[in-house]
Design a protein around this ligand. Structure first.
Ligand SMILES: NC(=O)c1ccc[n+]([C@@H]2O[C@H](COP(=O)([O-])OP(=O)(O)OC[C@H]3O[C@@H](n4cnc5c(N)ncnc54)[C@H](O)[C@@H]3O)[C@@H](O)[C@H]2O)c1
Length: 471
């Protein structure tokens, strides 16, 4: 396989696919330090490229005899698959280019940034099949591969709540995650990345379409940016948290507090119950000096995990993080970044089969968790996914609530990332042995994913125009 984008997502998928037996043949990243870091982490002898078009040229050179008797500077055997984990604006073009060569694609969302791009992707896949090209395109909607949402889908298919009538789904993004990604970070400006309803909630619109099992009929959305505005900055706040801001000790969004001390993440983990991670987080909050000085614990300071791991190019160190905060976007005062993403938004959907749904984006949450309630003619399913999981089934005709056991990561969605990679590796194996039904199933899922993206884009259009949009 080849990996395009050696950042957070690309590194995670490369690791899990390597565990599933894949060999890393090439890494593409314009930041060559990141590419080298991933290469050495996986002890791989992958070739490094800074541009995916150079990789295409190297693949073409590897599959044709040298022109004028001269070998190309870089030639590489055609990989079986590529992972595309570049920023949002660089998904569709490489997906089309690599799949045209017969290379299957594990593609990060969003798969397109406009309705016309989505249409183009749909047409492209139809064209591939007409030409007997069997390259699959699998989108990284990792929640589909989770135990939690997978069980909901099975229960609905088994008729556990009768006929579905309505769905209430919230994507609760913790306040510091929202600030990191959608206020300071890569998605702060929807015009140069993508609207948060697409970037974050395409997963959720996809789930709604999957559960409703129907095309959507209408979308109406309202919401705004209310928290991260200049008028909400406390008096005297500096442009950067590292400029000696007088509010640093009280500010929820203080950058050194977030990226070096890991305070918001530790607080969230500390609240997550009575497991080992929660106890360790409580100890870290109570005895911070111990974590800075004790040899055994020092590797947890500065905070080495997400989101800090995404703001430096190489290994996390205090100096590297401070430099990133002094010079990069993550040290800026959250109230003055000029973000244009709504931090709260409700979308109402109606499906062709009559099911109605409400999808809430909440960027001011105390914890990172999706919550869902699905009501049917014979029962209700209720659950929380994030910081552990909880799924309950109430049957109208029963006297007891059934608690459905679910496996959910205490933090993040690594389990789901791993499950997606196993699914992709299994699909590759099925394609190798000519199992066309696996490819047909992948194409059906891709069609649903494109519908979910359409819902997200139309929700943004409805939010900004104030109109209900019909399909
Ligand atoms: N499926 C999910 O749950 C999920 C979660 C988070 C992010 N994402 C998506 O994954 C994608 C990657 O996100 P990330 O968090 O890994 O970002 P990241 O910034 O950590 O990684 C992106 C990498 O691409 C490199 N890059 C940027 N432009 C490039 C170019 N033109 N050519 C070559 N390399 C380039 C960067 O140097 C960086 O290493 C985004 O589109 C994001 O929306 C998906």
């Amino acid at each position: 396989m080849a990996v395009l984008g050696a950042g957070d997502r690309g590194s995670i998928y490369a690791g899990f696919l390597a565990q599933s037996g894949a060999t890393l043949a090439a890494i593409v990243d314009r930041d060559q330090q990141r590419a080298r870091h991933l290469k050495s982490r996986l002890s791989s002898d992958a070739l490094l490229f800074s541009n995916w078009k150079d990789l295409i040229r190297a693949i073409q050179a590897g599959s044709s005899p040298p022109a004028n008797g001269r070998a190309a500077a870089k030639a590489i055997r055609k990989p079986e698959a590529v992972v595309i984990a570049l920023p949002d604006a660089h998904h569709l073009e490489p997906a089309i280019a690599f799949s045209r060569l017969g290379i299957s694609v594990l593609l990060e969302k969003p798969v397109g940034l406009s309705l016309s791009q989505l249409h183009r992707l749909g047409r492209h896949v139809n064209g591939l099949r007409r030409k007997q090209n069997r390259a699959a395109i699998v989108v990284c909607h990792v929640l589909r591969y989770s135990d939690f949402f997978g069980k909901i889908k099975c229960l609905l298919q088994e008729g556990a709540i009768g006929e579905v009538r309505s769905i209430l789904h919230s994507e609760n993004v913790s306040y510091y995650h929202f600030a990191h990604s959608y206020v300071r970070g890569n998605w702060r400006d929807s015009r140069i990345s993508s609207p948060v309803l697409l970037a974050k909630c395409s997963h959720d619109f996809d789930l709604l379409g999957w559960f409703a099992d129907s095309e959507f009929r209408s979308v109406a959305s309202s919401g705004s940016l209310s928290t991260f505005l200049p008028e909400n900055a406390p008096l005297g706040a500096t442009e950067r948290c590292t400029d000696g801001c007088p509010h640093s000790s009280r500010c929820l969004f203080d950058a050194p507090g977030t990226y070096i001390e890991g305070l918001p993440m530790k607080r969230e983990l500390a609240r997550s119950g009575f497991n080992g991670i929660a106890l360790a987080a409580r100890a870290a909050l109570r005895f911070p000096a111990l974590f800075r000085s004790s040899p055994g614990l020092r590797r947890l300071w500065p905070w080495p995990y997400w989101p800090t791991s995404t703001i430096v190019s190489g290994p996390v160190s205090k100096d590297a993080v401070l430099e990133a905060l002094r010079t990069g976007p993550y040290g800026r005062c959250v109230y003055r970044t000029g973000s244009n993403q709504p931090d709260h938004c409700d979308t109402t959907l109606e499906f062709e089969n009559g099911i109605t749904a409400i999808m809430r984006l909440n960027g001011n949450s105390f914890q990172e968790a999706r919550t869902i309630r699905i009501d049917g003619t014979e029962g209700t399913l209720e659950g929380r996914f994030g910081q552990g999981g909880d799924l309950r089934l109430h049957r109208h005709g029963g006297a007891k609530t059934r608690r459905i056991p679910v496996e959910v990561d205490p933090a993040g969605h690594l389990k789901e990332d791993r499950a997606l990679c196993h699914h992709f590796a299994a699909l590759m194996a099925a394609l190798r042995t000519g199992q066309d039904q696996a490819l047909q199933a992948a194409d059906r899922t891709l069609h649903q994913v494109i519908q979910g993206h359409r819902m997200a884009l139309l929700a943004e259009k409805s939010r900004t125009t104030g109109k209900t949009i019909f399909r």
